[in-house]
Design a binder for this molecule. Structure first.
Ligand code: ATP
Length: 368
């Protein structure tokens, strides 16, 4: 088994593990795979049935050796969503998704916030060039580590604690990642990025805030060409709505990153448009749309597949398929221009039909 990944590294062919998961993940991921195939990228896929159905069938969330196999045998992982009303505890979602992020140490959650069409933004007078920033969310620490507990549960004296874990190593590597990202990634219009803004709540959460503040200053000093900035998370939310033009690269902790990227998705046309990568440089990384399993719309062929398709493009870019990434991005832009989209963003196509349209557009650019 261990030879598989070695083989893929010898040639250019990359191996992708596909975990569609639950709800609309089962609908949008096949569209993303179809579009990747249409792009001609030299990749092969292996499907994994991890999710609620498998859990309800045989009690498995992650099979033994599951994460080790993903790291060893694959170059990247494409994930849909997890969450199913039949699994009230959501245990499978936690073990699979947080398991991948934590156990594979995918510490940088990279969420591009790009407005592809002015009509999708709820703000007045905002053009695509005005919304082009990146949120880099710490992905392995904070309040998501499940540290804490409940004491005297169910009594009037009940106490619940949820610890916010921030390690020097964790804070330093995510801030470094943000500065390196800023240095090495241009904006959509080709101009260089030049600002990294750290978002925290250090006026109230003083201990963790102090660590983030000190590390941010130290790292910023190593990058004199990049302007360091700071905002409290509450002020940032206000500013994102008032004037998204001011943002470039934002780095923040796990919880604030989770919250502000839903707000940011609103600037892009909703959850159906937002892509993300869970990255550890040099290791097998995982890519997933920002949206969840969306039970109310699952199985109806109405979910917007563009978040998943843009996620696939991001994954291909990460794997070095830059031409294929540009083709997919251009095809999605064209779909928006011609309103070949699902209803949530103003079109009249179903999930499959919107996926077909983008795949055909990608194939057409290949043969032209
Ligand atoms: P999670 O807890 O997994 O983050 P959530 O319940 O917060 O999930 P989602 O399930 O992602 O959020 O979606 C919330 C709502 O947003 C959905 O019920 C649906 O109305 C809308 N939505 C999310 N994703 C899409 C999509 N791809 N296409 C259209 N609508 C979507």
């Amino acid at each position: 088994m261990s030879s598989l990944k070695k083989d893929s590294k010898i040639g250019t062919r990359k191996r992708i593990a596909v975990i569609a998961g639950d709800g609309i993940g089962q609908e949008v991921i096949p569209q993303a795979v179809k579009v990747i195939k249409a792009s001609g990228a030299d990749v092969e896929f292996a499907d994994f049935d991890w999710g609620a159905d498998r859990y309800l069938r045989d009690g498995t969330t992650v099979p033994p050796d599951g994460f080790a196999r993903l790291s060893r045998d694959f170059d990247a992982i494409l994930v849909g969503a997890f969450g199913d009303p039949r699994v009230k505890t959501n245990i499978h979602a936690k073990e699979i998704l947080l398991g991948m992020r934590f156990k594979m140490d995918l510490y940088a959650n990279v969420r591009p916030v790009r407005l592809l069409d002015a009509a999708l933004c709820p703000l007045k007078g905002v053009e695509p060039k005005d919304v082009d920033f990146i949120v880099i969310r710490e992905n392995t620490e904070g309040v998501y580590t499940d540290a804490g507990g409940v004491f005297k549960q169910g009594t009037p004296d009940e106490i619940a604690t949820q610890e916010d874990i921030n390690t020097r190593k964790g804070v330093e590597r995510i801030i470094l990642y943000a500065f390196e990202f800023c240095r090495s990634h241009a904006k959509i219009d080709g101009s260089p990025r030049g600002k990294v803004l750290m978002c925290d709540k250090s006026n109230a959460m003083t201990h963790a805030g102090s660590l983030w503040q000190r590390v941010f200053k130290e790292v910023a000093a190593e990058y004199p060409q990049i302007t360091p900035q700071h905002m409290y998370v509450d002020a940032l939310c206000l500013q994102m709505v008032r004037d998204p033009r001011q943002f470039d690269v934002i780095v923040t902790n796990n919880m604030f990153g989770d919250i502000i990227t839903d707000l940011a998705a609103g600037l892009q046309g909703g959850l159906g448009m937002a892509a993300s990568g869970n990255i550890h440089p040099g290791k097998t990384s995982m890519f997933e749309p920002v949206h969840g399993s969306a039970p109310p719309i699952a199985g109806k062929n109405v979910a917007n597949p563009f978040g998943a398709i843009l996620t696939a493009a991001m994954m291909l870019g990460h794997l070095g398929f830059t031409k294929e990434t540009s083709k997919i991005d251009a095809a999605v832009l064209e779909a928006l221009r011609q309103k070949k989209t699902t209803e949530d963003i103003g079109g009249s196509l179903g999930t499959r039909e919107a996926g077909d349209w983008v795949a055909e557009q990608v194939s057409a650019t290949l043969s032209s």
